[in-house]
Design a binder for this molecule. Sequence first.
Ligand code: ZN
Length: 287
Amino acid sequence: MRDFSQSHEQLSLNTATVRKQWKLDRIIDECARRGIGAISPWREQVVAVGLEKVAKQLRDTGTELSGYCRGGFFPAADAAGLKAALDDNRKAIDEAKTVNAPCLVLVVGALPGALDGKAAYKDIARARGEVRDGIAASLEYAKNVGMPLAIEPLHPMQAADRACVNTLEQALDLCDELDPGRSGMLGVACDVYHVWWDPKLQEQIARAGEKRLLAFHVCDWLTPTRDLLNDRGMMGDGVIELKKLREWVEAAGFAGRCEVEIFSEHWWSKPGEEVLDTVIARHKSMV
Ligand code: ZN
């Protein structure tokens, strides 16, 4: 296993971690100043600054990407909605290409409308079928452009509203079905927050292997968790065995960046400088 204790050269910052403190251009500068050599930005943050401007700033500061957030949300109530989702995913793939991302992360979606409290239907099997079809269609385009797609399984507490793919096994079954040749263009984003509890985690990480482990996201699971979305913990403050999980992904061949992704009202209320300095320290001591 790689030694992270002396340097944070393998650290990437998911920019949602400080999205309430700073706009993306400031985040890139603050990361560069601290030797954080990679980020994973969100589309709305990129759009707020300007795609071409962000691409140039990344080049000028020598900042790499560990992913681009995000595509997905494939299910819809009708044909027009399904088509709109595919169009939007094509756009996300193009954006990811412009900022030279290694993959586009997919939060695949679930019951359409559920996020706003008005699910258009309740048939989660139908949603999973629409996810499969949506990934299949997007993968064709992604292959042409050369942008790998990383399916991120989400914790089952988000199965209704954000993602009806909830385990690594389920995500890898989709990979087997849609990309049996293991082209490297379809894989998974392994986020410890979503999958740490899974009794099959180690075997499914091994099953994914180097070709399909496209991203590794870290934070921690707090007890108690006070909010289903925005109460993630800083590494070391919760109950996830981070070093053990990193050992598993590295044993499977993962050699990429470890991306710190913390949605947290607590950390959003702190000065951004303090958050980044804490991220670096915990990355050395706890990841
Ligand atoms: Zn994640």
